[in-house]
Design a protein around this ligand. Structure first.
Ligand code: NAD
Ligand code: DAU
Length: 351
């Protein structure tokens, strides 16, 4: 079996669901269930003995050690993190605790478990650390996309905490020989994404007739990847990646934010006719806002044979359709905590 951390979040839940759709290998899912974790994402697995959910914190040494010893996983897929840049600007502490201290404690538990395995299982064990393209910092307009050897220049508390966790993982391979794999992925979108991130926020706001807040001039560029393509890349890296290596994952879909929002408005208009464009509202920029990210995903294609299946056009249509068909899910995640975040955060972005 494998141990997944953060498997009730956006990418984690997609990973768990896709894994169990293709394999009978069980998953232990360790998740703290912060505001971003949601067991409803995994409701279709209720009663499925292949999914063992444990509520817990990756910082809890005893709990993680006990889990490893009880279930003897062949791999750890580490997705648990505080993941929202804007929240890291409002309050970095949780990001330091989970992303840095949490990853450190998880690595320590993994090292102790791995060192005591018998030779064959020790050789086969993998620690896959799921990271982000944001660790590389911001690119100028015409600069080449990030390769795996691009220097680290994180600019937000979130990306700095992820960069630190990457460095710890790297050091555990170099010093102890722990068979680690690191992936740095671009912006994901798709089912179950919490509506504080750009794409789901714009879909749910548009459907509710609320403003569509564009930070700054809206010309910041992100490189979008449909979440299920990210999940297939993670499975590929887990099975075929070389320990100690880093793999960049991306969708070759660089787009300015304003274009993303205009596309959402157009597609929604075709499905639920209304003038969504008039909701577009320019607001104050994000402090320290990175201008452009772009992933060079040639290494994973060349060495492991992975490439994305979805284009942005197919992925965004599926995503919009999913949000239209899951209005109950949307309503349920827009809880008191979510409302509080939206009110306080966007007050700060008033022009
Ligand atoms: P998310 O915020 O939707 O989910 C994070 C999950 O981790 C939640 O279920 C939460 O409850 C859990 N968690 C948080 N702190 C925890 C702790 N201390 N112990 C145990 N569980 C904890 O995040 P996501 O968007 O699914 O991202 C998953 C991973 O992928 C993160 O490591 C993120 O940095 C990385 N990543 C995300 C993207 C993206 O576009 N979303 C892109 C590249 C990389
Ligand atoms: O690049 C990968 C990263 O992508 C992941 O590591 C992070 O976990 C994930 O949250 C995401 O970070 P971003 O900051 O790029 O995502 P977000 O959806 O918050 O913002 C995307 C772009 O849209 C960014 O340029 C800011 C802008 N934006 C965002 C919001 C929420 C707006 O213009 N208005 C908004 O209201």
């Amino acid at each position: 079996m494998i141990l997944v951390t953060g498997g009730a979040g956006f990418i984690g839940a997609n990973f768990v669901l896709d894994w169990l759709a293709q394999s009978d290998e069980p998953i232990i899912n360790l998740d703290k269930l912060t505001y971003a974790g949601n067991l409803q994402n995994l409701a279709s697995l209720e009663g499925d003995p292949r999914h063992i959910f444990i509520q817990g914190d990756i910082k809890d040494r005893e709990k993680v050690a006990a889990l490893l010893s009880q279930y003897q996983p062949r791999a750890i897929i580490h997705l648990a993190a505080e993941s929202h840049v804007d929240r890291s600007i409002h309050g970095p502490e949780d990001f330091i605790q989970t992303n840095i201290v949490g990853t450190f404690r998880l690595l320590e538990a993994a090292r102790q478990y791995w060192q005591n395995l018998e030779e064959r299982t020790r050789q086969a064990f993998r620690f896959l650390h799921v990271s982000t393209d944001e660790v590389y910092g911001s690119l100028c307009k015409d600069a080449p996309a990030f390769t795996e050897t691009h220097c680290y220049q994180p600019n937000s508390p979130y990306s700095a905490s992820k960069a630190s966790s990457d460095q710890l993982v790297r050091a555990y391979h170099h010093t102890y020989g722990l068979p680690t794999l690191i992936t740095n992925c671009s912006n994901n979108y798709g089912p179950f994404q919490f509506p504080e991130k750009l794409i789901p926020l714009m879909i749910v706001n548009a459907l509710a007739g609320r403003p569509l807040p564009i930070y700054g001039d809206g010309q910041q560029i992100r490189d979008w990847l449909y979440v299920k393509d990210h999940c297939s890349a993670l499975r590929c890296v887990l099975e075929h990646g070389k320990p100690g290596e880093t793999y960049n994952i991306g969708g070759w879909n660089e787009k300015p934010n304003i274009e993303i929002v205009q596309t959402i408005c157009e597609l929604l208009n075709a499905l639920r006719p209304a003038d969504y464009h008039k909701l577009i509202t320019y607001v104050a920029d994000r402090p320290g806002h990175d201008r452009r990210y772009a992933i060079d995903a040639r290494k994973i294609e060349r060495e492991l044979g992975w490439k994305p299946v979805e284009t942005f056009e197919t992925g965004i249509r599926k995503t919009i359709q999913w949000y239209l068909e899951h209005q109950t899910w949307v309503a349920s995640v827009q809880s008191g905590e979510y409302q509080k975040w939206i009110e306080t955060h966007y007050q700060g972005h008033a022009g």
